[in-house]
Every structure is written in C-alpha cells, then in structure tokens.
Design a protein around this ligand. Sequence first.
Ligand code: PEP
Ligand code: MG
Length: 613
Amino acid sequence: MAQANKTTHGAQAHAGPRRLLNGIAVSYGIAIGRAYFINRRAEKTSANMGIALADVQLEENRLDQASSALAAEFESARAQLLSSQPDAPYVREQAELLNAYSMICRDPKMLAASKTIIREKLISAEYACEQAVLAIAGTFEKIDSPYLRERAVDVRAVGERIVSILRGEHLQRQLSGTEKYILFAHDLTPADTLALSPEKILGLATEMGGRTSHTGILARSMHRPCVVGITDLEKDAADGQLVVIDGIRGQVVINPDENELHHYTALQNRFEEYEGRLRKEALLPAETEDGIRVAVYGNIENGAEAGLSAALGAEGIGLFRTEFGYITRRNQPTEDELYEEYAKAVKLAAPGRVVLRTLDVGADKTLAGTLRLEEDNPVLGLRAIRYCMRHQDIFRRQLRAILRASAHGRAAVMFPMISGLHELKQAKSILGEVRQELDNEGIAYDKDIPLGAMIELPSAVFMAQALAREVNFFSIGTNDLIQYILGIDRGNKYVAYLYQPLHPAVIQAIRLVVDAAHEAGITVCVCGEMAADPYCLTALLAMGIDEFSLNPQSIPMVKYIIRHMDTEELRELQRRVYNSNSTRTTSKLIKQYLYERIPGELSFIDPASDTDV
Ligand code: PEP
Ligand code: MG
C-alpha cells in the first residue's frame, strides 16, 4: 500500500473488548487507525423527539438550513467533478446523479411535507423529515413505472443525509480536520463515494458487499485496504475505536492488543516493502524459469481502467465486465456511448487485446432504468446471456458498439453463462446478423474478431468438446463455476466455508475444460478470482491453463509467482493434484511446492481453504 495509508495511531492499544471480524478482502494491504462510521443501518430511526409549539419555527428553519446546505454540497461536488476530472469514467452519470440529489434537497413538496409533520405532530425536524421521505419514497415505489420506482432509492438516500446533518453526524463534519480514518459503513453507495476524500481514508470496511461490489472497485482504485461482507460490523464496532483492516486475510480487528498492534505494524511495513518490490518487476514478462511464457491480463469495469491495468503489468484485458457501464448509471447508455467506452479501453490496452464480455446482468446486478425481477432464485434465473436473448434490442446495441470499437485495435467478444450448444449458436447467429448490418451500413470493424465462451456452468463443462468447436477461446469464470458446481451461493456468508476452489470436483471440471480446449486447438483462460490466489494459481498452472485474467492489483504478485515456476515440476504436481480426492491434500501438496519454490514470501499469501467438505 502507498505511504498515504500509514497512520499516526500511536502505540497505545484501546481499552475495550477485542473482536476479530471476518469478511472478504477486496483490496490488499494493512491499515491501522481510528474507526468512523457512516451509513449505519442499525441506528436509522431517530428518536421521536417532541417539541414545544414555540419551537416549530426553529425546527422548520433547521430543516431549511440542513437541506440547502446539502444541496449546496452536491452542487459544489458536481462542479468540482466536472472541472477536475471531465474525462474520468462515468463522470457524466455521476454529475447527473448529483444534480438529481440537489433537486431532491430543494424539492418544495418534500420540504412542505416535512414541515406539515413538524407543525401537526409537534416533533423534531429529523424525525419529521424521516417520516416525509418514507412517505414520498413509498409513493414512488407504488407507481407503475420502473424508472420512477427506482427514484425512490434516490429520495431515501438524500433523506438519510439530511437527517444525518440534522443529527449533527454528517460525513463532512466527521471527516473534517487532518486526521486520517478507517471508514466503516453498512454499505457505500455511489453517492457516498463521491463525497469521500481519499486522502483522509486509510482503509475501508463494510457490512454489505461482495467481491465485485462498488466498494471493492472504489477501494482498489483508491489503493486502500478494504474488507467487505462483515457480519456484525455495526454491532461490534464503534466510532473512535482503534482498528486494523487486514486486507490480506479479510479480517478486521477491533481494539487490538499491544502485541497485535506490533504484529500488524510490522506486517504493514513488510507488505509495503513486498508490494513495492513486486511492482518494480511488474512489467517483466510472466515467464517460467524454463522459459514458458504465460499471458496475464487484467479484469476491468470501465474503459479507463485499461490504463491502470497496463501500468501494473497486464498484457491486455481478459475480462471487461461491461455491465458496470449500465448498472452504475440512471439510464441505459446509447450505442455511441458504449462504443466510446469500449474504444477507449481498446486504445489504452494496445497492443494488447481487450475481451469485451457481453452484458452479465440479472441476479444482484440490475440494468439501469429497470427494476429487479421478482425471481425466487435469481442466481439460477434470467442472468447474462439469457437476459440478452430475451432482450435482444439491448444485446444487439451492445454488439454493434463492441464491433465498432474493434476497428481501433485488438478486441474480442465473449458470451457469459453459456449453458449449452444451442444457446451458443443462437447468440452467434445474432452476432452474425449484427455483423451483416454493419457490413450493409459500411461501418468498419475487425472482420476477424475472436469469439470466446465463458465456462461457468457445469453443463458447459460437460459440453466443452462441442462448445470448443464453435469459438476461438474459452475463459473459465471460476467465481460462478465454483458456486454452481458445489451448489454454494458465492455471496452467502453462512456457507462460505464450503466455497472451496481446490475441491476435487472443481479440479476435475477444469481438467475437462482444459483437455477439450487443447484438443480443439483453442486457448483457455481463467478470469475468476481463483487466479489471484497463489495456491490456486499454482494448481491452475499445473493443469495447463494458458492465460490468466484477474484484478489488476494482483497482477504483479501473479507474474512474480509464475516467474518462479518450472513446467517440468508442474507436470509432476499436476499428476498428484489429479490423483487427490481431498481439498486438504491438494492444498498441502501445493503449499509444499510453493514453499520450495518461493521461500520467505508466503506470509502474504492468502491460503486457499485447506479443509475438506
Ligand atoms: C466468474 O464468474 O468467475 C467471472 C469472472 O465473472 P463474474 O465474477 O463477473 O460473474
Ligand atoms: Mg461469472
């Protein structure tokens, strides 16, 4: 982590109960500092504070002041955003959102409704505002327009902020001064993240969130350690406590004792030294000791990240999660907007290739301007390619944008969640029609643009031989493949202990896919987070994976490990891994090999689970 993350927390441990909370590490590093909470869910309801008749005007004035102060804050954040980073990703959408927020603050109906409640019920401004906002949001939620129902979320978000100013606990006040903080939150919305000053934040932790949540993306781009998905963060932690964010193991320590403080301070220093060293070597090729070159790419969520990814040693982009260009904004993007975003990535990644995955929406990722579907089992529902086949207008618009972007460099198209041959052929036939349309219109694109299929469903594993004949490459989405093979929701903390990437069933599935791909003469990439775990990376290398694509932050470490491998030895490891019937045995085999190959570095390596299911 950067020097900015160091803290002057002092050597004194905090008196109070020590707690160790587990979550998911989404941004590497160690941060030590005092905690500050924003967006607590547990304390959302204000006390019903009665007021005297004589204080009605006073409360109304407080409400006016709080709402106009917040509106001014949104307006100045918008102006600053547009002037300081006009070309940053999603600036237009963020500016639009800030504008909408400031309009809600100044909305005469919201203010009048709150004041009526103050006057009629003789209660404080914060309680009245909370009631009025709930009622207005409730009305939006009942309207038969997906767009307006979504606006209920904005009204609630703004209402919560006005209330927090009235309670005197607004973020700006908390984060004023020069002290740096560890930011705790129930969850962070895009609006919260806009109001944050990265230089004041040492690290982040949230109760909600998963590996691809907005919080993780933000923390990685801020280069701050971050742990998400922490049960009981709100219950067990309080403002001002001394805390440690262990973004290596995915833990938060509340009130560490002196020994722990020493341990984490030393670990922080060692981690920074280690990371700095790896980063210096990040641009070296990922070549094994015996000279076999392995391609390492970055996973990105917006076009501009292709630049950062290249600086960290990526040789291109192996997974552009294009759905983030839809779900982080209020309206669906136009074809031209998509084209510009994709072309930006293609140009920044040159001479490397950019694999543009078509929309993977559904489940927890809702498309802009639409409502989440009422599905009993959304993870098994209308997701990814299934969604695109049902909403072909959206799919075709995106394919046109991808093809147009391919004229600017090296691009590839990839279909997510392919479940079988027929589905793949249907998607290919739509791609063929879109190509024909562009040909008819005389629009340039790469006529040899490669096509890939993601292998992330057990059915695709069993159909791999047939699928391999239809595409130019496979990319194994291990995040989903593991959840579907083992029957474990990847975001469910109660069964997280069963989420085992080195489970023999997962290993055998990957083996089938690699064999099918190589038989058909196509390459196979792994683009799930499994590749960022050194144990799993070693197993995947041993199994013959040709390419890796992962979060850019982990690329220097992955390349470093690859440079310490020997393919002859990996072949022997492969034999032993294939013969293992237990996660624990496989982990041990790999650990032993890694310790022999890279002695001394393993303390930073997050070990894959070594327990058996
Ligand atoms: C995966 O499933 O491994 C993958 C890369 O896709 P996502 O995490 O976006 O579902
Ligand atoms: Mg997936």
